[in-house]
Design a protein around this ligand. Structure first.
Ligand code: PLP
Ligand code: MG
Ligand code: MG
Length: 616
């Protein structure tokens, strides 16, 4: 699996003269976006976790880019003016931990090239194209097996042209180390060595301690390197339109899900599931799950203090894991029930015959935190279970306030954050949460199939000796086995794990705060329209999560019919959801997932059109 990319971006770009005097070439804009930023986005969408950018000339431009994309690491080549691309690459090599994609910073390219390299079974592969007539071609010569022998900008020095160097290459760390050794040895004679020179050297000396580098040629590949104004002109007028068209042909039909999960996903999350078959017992897959577990922990606190335990299952599985595994026989559990999911927690506790009571509260009025605290003390409860965000109605519970109180009073907290996690910023330490459940298909924006329980390590350790009330869903057994083997005890949902991995990459880039701001912006659009239409919301605005809105349905005598509204919406690629409370007729609009305020605007136009015919 390729987890990192290196972009070599130290160069002066002197052939672009005044355009790049005070700016690196990568910041030339096409269609309103710096070309290197477009490249960064394509790399993350292709499953790259971290991009190392080797900078030099005007490096401060990259600092701003790295502020925007947190998974970029900058390495400055202090000698950029006296070295070539190999000098910049050499500075980055110590930060590379495995197989890696190496890119030039001045490229525009069709993203299919990335997946072609990632899917190529060979370890070291150069991407090449047919003739571009760009005027700055690097010609490649290969042996009869398609292995790189030689390169040159001078076609007369090449006996037979195999293809043209694109500037995107897949390399192993060992190949990079060999290139680095060559570069160091040649420093005096070739201080400005380009990285392709080092590649040609190690590949043509494969029998002599070097390493073979294969060439993968795509004849009609759409790409352009931008070294001068003529290239820029060609890029804008000819190549960019081709890239845009070809990438758009691969997009998936868009359906906007306004139901409360599974949520709308990005195409990159969908495509991340289409990958080589793998036995999940292989080390490589274990490493994927370990990464997922650690990164999930990092979203809710200190990775060293939180363990995230993965299960195959839906959100309810994670709830059942917590309720069945985190309360000892002599414990006493209070369950807050102010909606369908609180009711479900109580149902689970009853199945396991735990010693528990239910604190019932209104399904749409804010929960009285003081009353819950008083009940906890009065009843001498050892454990509290509560739903962070009642998806039933969109009611947000004051979990941090109650959680901190519990911590002060030695009460263990069990939180269903299935529909809160990855939208509401949560810090388990700060918010007094010991165990917390969520799932892969809601705000984290992955596919259904992975349930997870976040655990404060210190509390998790205590569950070791608790009775094992079930087998598949036992928290300690799953955790202990994973720690030992990096494997789940039973077959994991392999493709959903890959989707979750991609969803985590995308969440890290957006940040949870950024995501909640986007969701909130969508919610504002919705609420504005609801008010304009004359409809009423079930939950007072100040107690709403801004993630899902329960809207009170007009009387059926008004002509309103949920199924009609649903069918009208779905015919326009928006999926809406019925209500879930027994004592109030509502329908629900969620605004989670990969949606933008503009799309919510389009939906509200439809909703307003439908309700213009109804007598509210
Ligand atoms: N808890 C909450 C708060 C939820 O919103 C949901 C689902 O919407 C669940 C639990 C159950 O999740 P699942 O349907 O994935 O089992
Ligand atoms: Mg060039
Ligand atoms: Mg160049």
């Amino acid at each position: 699996m390729i987890r990192q990319a290196v972009i070599m971006a130290g160069g002066l770009g002197s052939r672009l003269k005044n355009l790049t005097e005070a700016m690196p070439k990568g910041f030339l804009e096409i269609d309103g976006m710096p070309i290197v930023e477009t490249s960064v986005k394509k790399l993350f969408a292709a499953g790259i976790e971290e991009i190392i950018i080797g900078t030099g000339h005007c490096s401060e431009w990259f600092e701003r880019l790295a502020d925007k994309y947190h998974c970029i690491k900058l390495v400055k080549n202090e000698r950029y003016a006296d070295t070539g691309s190999m000098g910049t690459l050499a500075c980055c090599i110590p930060h590379v931990w495995g197989d890696v994609l190496i890119l030039e910073s001045d490229l525009i390219y069709d993203n299919i090239g990335l997946s072609v390299l990632i899917n190529d079974s060979r370890k070291n592969v150069i991407l090449a194209s047919g003739a571009t007539a760009s005027g700055d071609e690097v010609y490649l010569e290969a042996d009869s097996n398609g292995i790189l022998k030689k390169h040159s900008k001078d076609i007369t020095k090449i006996s037979s042209v195999y293809g043209e160097l694109v500037g995107i290459t897949k390399l192993t760390r060992s190949a990079l180390d060999k290139m680095n050794s060559y570069c160091t040895a040649e420093l005096q004679s070739q201080p400005k060595m380009e990285y392709e020179t080092a590649m040609s050297y190690i590949s043509s000396n494969a029998g002599n301690g070097g390493e073979q580098i294969a060439i993968r040629k795509i004849d009609n590949y759409a790409w352009r390197e931008i070294d001068d104004e003529n290239h820029l002109e060609m890029a804008i007028t000819q190549v960019y339109p081709l890239i845009k068209e070809s990438e758009s042909l691969r997009s998936v039909r868009r359906e906007v899900l306004l139901n409360p999960g599974p949520a709308t996903t990005t195409d990159s999350v969908k495509f991340s599931q289409v990958c080589a078959d793998i036995c999940p017992r292989e080390k490589e897959f274990g490493a994927v799950m370990e990464w997922i577990s650690q990164e999930l922990s990092g979203f809710v606190g200190d990775k060293d203090k939180i363990e995230t335990v993965l299960f195959g299952g839906s959100g309810t599985a994670a709830d059942e894991v917590m309720i069945s595994s985190c309360v000892p026989d002599n414990g006493k559990l209070l369950i807050v029930d102010n909606g369908a999911y609180g009711t479900r927690l109580a149902k689970i506790a009853s199945v396991y015959k735990l010693n528990f009571d239910v604190y019932k509260s209104s399904g749409y009025l804010p929960l009285d935190a003081e009353a819950v605290k008083a009940k906890l003390i009065e009843g001498k409860y050892t454990h509290l279970a509560i739903v962070y965000h009642e998806t039933t109605t969109g009611l947000l519970n004051p979990v941090p306030e109650i959680g901190r109180f519990c911590k002060d009073n030695g009460i263990v907290t069990i939180v269903d954050a299935v529909s809160a996690f990855a939208a509401i910023p949560i810090n388990m330490e700060r918010d007094g949460i010991d165990f917390m459940a969520s799932t892969s298909n809601k705000n984290i924006q992955g596919m259904a199939g992975v349930a997870f329980v976040f655990c404060r390590k210190s509390e998790l350790e205590k569950t070791k000796d608790y009775p094992m009330r079930n087998y598949y869903l036992n928290l300690w057994d799953q955790y202990a086995n994973f720690k030992k083997t990096s494997q789940t005890r039973f077959t994991p949902p392999v493709q959903s794990m890959y989707a979750l991995r991609q969803a985590i990459i995308e969440t890290k880039i957006e940040t949870i705060e950024g995501r909640y701001a986007r969701y909130s912006a969508c919610w504002e659009v919705l609420v504005k329209s609801v008010k304009k239409t004359g409809l009423k919301m079930l939950v007072p605005e100040e107690a709403q999560s801004k993630l899902i809105t329960a809207i009170i349905e007009p009387e059926s005598s008004s002509g309103y019919n949920f199924n009609e509204l649903h069918d009208f919406s779905i015919a326009n690629a928006f999926t809406i959801y019925p209500g879930k409370l027994s004592d109030a007729n509502t329908y629900r609009i969620a605004n989670i997932g990969d949606i933008q305020p503009e799309e919510m605007e389009r939906f509200t136009v439809l909703m307003e059109e439908y309700f213009s015919k109804i007598d509210i």
